[in-house]
Structure formats: C-alpha cells, structure tokens
Design a protein around this ligand. Structure first.
Ligand SMILES: C[S@@+](CC[C@H](N)C(=O)[O-])C[C@H]1O[C@@H](n2cnc3c(N)ncnc32)[C@H](O)[C@@H]1O
Length: 264
C-alpha cells in the first residue's frame, strides 16, 4: 500500500480520516505525553465517567464498547464492574499491539495509579486490575465496523474530533457512536475542546476538528435524550495541543418510540 503523507497537503483541503496512517500512531510518545502519570485532567475525566458507570449494578451491562480505544487503559478499567464484556475497538496496528500486550502480559506500572483512582471511586471494581480487564476483548476495526444496536453502553474518548479535519466526517463518527448502542443505551464521551490538528512529540501532524459545546449539542441533541455536557479545565501539565480544555458528554440513544415519526 502506498504510504500516505502525514503533513497537511499544500492544497489546504481538510484532511480526512483515511488521509492519516493510523497504523503508525506513535503509541510510546502518546503514552509519554498523556498517560505515564495521572494528570489533573485524567482525574476529572475518570471522576465523570465513574459516576456514569456507578449508575449500574455490577454486571448489569451485557456488552459495552470503547470506540477508538487507542492505548488508553483507564476507560477499559472503568467498565470492569458494570460491564460483563467490553469490546475495545481500534483500527491502528500499533494501538492494537499495545492493548493486546497489556492484557496478556500485565499492565505497565504507570497504569496502577489510574486503577487505584478508578477503584477508589467505584469499590465494585475488583481488587486486581487484571481481573477488571479480563472482560476486555480487543477488536481491530473502525467506527464503520460497529454493528448498530449491539451495545448497552458506548464510550468514546478523544476520537471523533481527533481523527479528521472534516466536520461532516466528525458528525458521521459521532453518528456511528450513537448507533452502536441499543435504543435507550448509554453514551459516554470526552472530546478535546477546540483542538486544531496536532503533533505528538516531533512526529507528523494528525488531523483534528476543533469542536466546542455548541458543535456537540448540534450533533448530539437531535440524536439523543438526556444530553449533558460538562467541562474539565485546560490541563497545563500536558503538552500544548492548542485545546481549551475537555468536554465531557453523557446521553442516552433515543428509544424506538422517540425515533418513530409521530402518527399523522
Ligand atoms: C487521539 S487517539 C485517542 C485514543 C484513546 N481513545 C484515548 O483516550 O487516549 C485517537 C484514536 O482513534 C483511533 N481512530 C482513528 N480513526 C478511527 C476510526 N475511523 N474509527 C475508530 N477509531 C479511530 C486512532 O487509531 C487512535 O487510537
């Protein structure tokens, strides 16, 4: 396969998802910049997400999805009490390799403070992180591979806005995320706020689509109920990605009745 150039083309056209080589996602640099220690923003996201999972009794969710899981383990940890089976869907060969290695060989020590925080917020999580992660199955694929209505809960962290410069494509990714759950299913997401295309380390530029709360409302309000959007302040301990913070979303997919057209 021809190698796709990573830097923005001279034409200035919006770079789409397929224009980037996701197999080459720089896992080591991404982990070093974002997840080798617990940053204040992680604490904010984990607190928010944990409160959603705590709504459910242990084992209440037959199947959950982590869409675009990448090498981030904390969303998978958080799902480990309420979820009986957790699909970590990820297209990148590098991301899949890292996840599979963590699940089979055991997690890097740098993830232990993340699990300690998850468990302090949700005591239903098992004492052993490996036990929580035993429910996770790594699946190679993209948002296009999600079978609609499969999941009780879908989670997506820093994906739809961080993988394309095209707002239409951002919307389509969010639609696939919403469709992943059964009617009434739970949606849980985090988005970088107003982040332009970005570099990890001194690598190439990755395509992103700056979104704010208004953009999220315009995409999610017509497709969901109970939409709530919160924020975490910009984290100055992270590299400068050009964002203004993190937006946190919860909602429910519309029920079959709400989707049906009103009788004439
Ligand atoms: C910025 S990273 C976020 C990773 C992780 N979710 C996290 O919380 O750090 C974006 C991820 O989306 C994945 N991705 C790219 N295109 C995708 C697509 N079309 N469908 C699903 N995931 C995609 C990338 O491979 C990468 O792992």
């Amino acid at each position: 396969m021809d190698r796709i150039p990573q830097d923005p083309p001279a034409t200035g056209r919006a770079r789409r998802n397929r224009d980037a080589d996701w197999d080459d996602w720089p896992v080591a640099d991404y982990l070093a910049e974002n997840y080798r220690r617990l940053h204040p923003c992680d604490i904010g996201v984990i607190r928010h997400h944990s409160a959603v999972y705590r709504r459910f009794a242990p084992g209440a969710l037959a199947r959950t999805l982590e869409l675009g899981a990448g090498p981030n383990l904390y969303p998978l940890m958080l799902a480990g009490a309420a979820g009986r089976a957790v699909d970590a869907l990820e297209p990148s060969a590098a991301g899949v390799r890292y996840l599979r290695e963590q699940l089979t060989r055991g997690i890097d020590d740098s993830w232990r403070p993340f699990y300690a925080l998850c468990r302090s917020l949700d005591p239903a999580l098992p004492e052993d992180c490996a036990e929580a992660l035993r429910r996770v199955r790594v699946v190679r694929g993209t948002a296009d591979d999600v079978v609609p209505g499969t999941y009780d809960l879908a989670s997506m962290n820093f994906v739809a806005e961080s993988v394309t410069e095209d707002f239409g494509e951002f919307t389509a990714l969010c639609e696939a995320f919403v469709r992943a759950v059964r009617p009434g299913g739970t949606l849980l997401a985090a988005f970088m706020e107003r982040m332009p295309s970005y570099r990890i380390g001194d690598g190439p530029v990755w395509p992103a689509c700056p979104v704010d709360e208004t953009a999220l409302r315009s995409v999610f309000a017509p497709r969901t109920s109970g939409l709530r959007i919160g924020r975490v302040e910009k984290d100055l301990t992270l590299p400068e990605y050009g964002d203004t913070g993190i937006l946190l979303l919860t909602a429910e997919a519309l029920t079959a009745e709400a989707q049906a057209p009103a009788p004439a």
